[in-house]
Write a protein that binds this ligand. Sequence first.
Ligand code: GAL
Length: 830
Amino acid sequence: MRSRNCIDADWLFHLASSPDVTEIPENAEWRKVDLPHDWSVEATPHPDNPAGAAGGFFPGGLGWYRKEIDVPADLGSRHMIIEFDGVYMNSEVRCNGRLCGVRPYGYISFAYDITQFVSPGESAVIEVRVDNVKQKNCRWYSGSGVYRHVWLTTVSPVRMGQWGTHITTPDVTEDSATVKCEVTAVNDTDDDADLELCALIIDDAGCEIEGTRSVSGFSIPNHESRTASLDMQLPFPRLWSPDAPNLYTLRVRLSKEGEVLDEYDTRFGVRTIRFDADEGFFLNGEPLKLLGVNEHHDAGCLGAAVPDDVIRRRFRILKEMGCNAVRVAHNPASPAFLDLCDEMGLMVVEDAFDEWKDPKTEFGYGIYWDEWWERDLVDMIRRDRNHPSIVMWSVGNEIKEVREGRPEGLPIMKALREVCHREDSTRPMTCGCCGTRLTLAAGYGPLMDVVGYNGGGGGCFDYQVDHAEHPDMCMFASEVPHSLQTRGVYRTRTWYRDLARRGEFHWYPARSFGRQIVSGSGKDAVYEPAPAIQDAIDVPHYTDEEVFEGVDDHYQSSYDNALVRISSIDSWRLTKSLPYMCGEFRWTGFDYIGECYGWPAKSWNFGVIDLCGFPKDTYYFYQSEWTDKPMVHILPHWTWPGLEGKTIPVIAYSNCDAVELFLNGESLGTREKGEEMYMRWDVEYRPGKILARGYGMRDAGSGRVTVECEHETAGDPSALKVECDEDYVRADGTGIAHFVVTVVDDLGRFVPHADHDIEITVAGPAKLIGLENGDPIDSTNYKLNHRKVFHGMMLAVVQARDEAGTIDVNAQSEGLSSGACSVKAVTDLT
Ligand code: GAL
């Protein structure tokens, strides 16, 4: 029978000491690591590192991993298969010194059958060479190493193939769903195999659902593979949706003369999707906007090595914002990420590539394109097509050939589309387009089932014109809006990135704002005013004179007035108002490392959530539009020593009908929520308490709901407060507890301007794996045990060992009373 185990624990790692070293030196020192592992994020960012701003100034390099595995003495005819969820990049895997295979693409999963290299009863050495020397090869922070899980499977020679099930649900009614499963199995023996194939469906309690069992004969000639198809009827299916992510398991058994040779489980969901050129997106027959964010794969201080619990927390934060969809920018996701999207209810657009043949960086994927594109795309789709969360396959992001309307991209797009349809006829294929004028004029439109609009090139100003000109085209905003905001930072004067000329940083010419490229590209681009809406989306300054003077230029305002082309509010208003727009995916949900504008920055501020997972103000704008649970949020905070008597614009985001604002108990008036989607008061600053009260709920009928949000002026920093996001943590060596550290005054009030250096100590069965503060220009090493709070807050990420007990986290800083918090590590947490 099949056994599949995660073999993340106890690897040895050696990092080449210089770019000239290409082989493991004889005297190499190896240190113990557990996977997932990213060696780049262990280093201190440095301006000379060749990944530059794209990689957040972290180093690449060459590294080797080794692990001894036990080969069972009774292996017999069984096979051993090692699976890698992702290795960045150019991996070469050896078993007992023999080459199993190479894989250039750092974001794809792959597996090797190592049976021929091992001997039963003896241990075998797996060695992985990871080559991330040639920089730049990515437009964002990639990380380096075996940064996703590794699995070891032993299984019968007659077995299910890799990703050997393909489950679809072609007919779904309230009473029943047809579950169709194509099963691909292999016969790695010298004899032909006459088998029995049996499939059945299991519910979430682990019980077989009556009436779903389907059995058929299945013959596979020796050393060949075959595909068989089985149909089942699932009575009264519980549909999958973001609100109710119901899942089932399909169990397939291969037996010979009554003996079960292999048993293989695949999780799936039942749901229908439809994209309509007039009416937008439908899930299970109901119209639903994709309320999405783009996400890169790193998680701040953990780099690319992101434990599953960290992804889980991030998704919880996104779901609380009302988000129902994620676009994976711009590469295949990890299996763990997609499993959690299924479980937690997030729809997914999975990008395969950021570039095709014409690379965006010197050593980018383009150099592997001809040899690898089909294999990588096919593998992504075969691995992922059973995830109910995935609603579209995206074959690219802002592909140069496409955005410049070059004819040589047309056959590529056609070939990519054919592969998508061949491998999965149930989902549309798309591409994130950067400006649609040239793309559509060159004939790319009909090659996409759904056209993705990125903001670049002014595409976000063209929805209406394009819809009028191409009424049969399905559309969604794959990457709009791009807005910037730094947690805790405010400016009352509007700032456009496209108009910002800041030293070397100059991504788009000023003239591109509100305009679109009509011919040429780069410096030769010719722009014309975008026809539709550019006048309407200009974000006026809040005040004639800047209220918040002296803010470092590296930080951006949280008033939704620091933007690339269109603000978050204007973008959502537009998407919401156009029924044919299937939804929008903002750039981004969380901040990410890399793609910054130059040293000393290692990241930028596109996220509405910072690298710690702390929401910024714009997060609450989305929450006010995308959720129903009554909420109100006001900005800015209310600790502004020196601004007494100045007028501060106070903004409220709320899903209530109206909000009343109070300063020190005195009402400053009630505002109704209107078309602007936010409420504003101009308040003369006096220290004290500013409080907003939300009344009633839009569309909620009768009933008067009251919610409040308040900020209170803080005194001097006095103490540290530590709180844990989790009640318990799993004591199996992988569980994560997130500790939030804040600076407070003597009355326990949050001090938003604090920037103390805090030392963290962890006692009990756990280790500190990273400190993050969300400051884009703090390049202190992430693995130290101290860091400055940024705007009064930081995060300590702690990993439990495989031992139950109490984990105590202590925070100390000179001049402040220390803070502490405990969490229980338990072994039986499911
Ligand atoms: C888009 C691109 C993203 C990111 C973003 C930054 O054009 O697709 O990957 O680079 O710009 O503004």
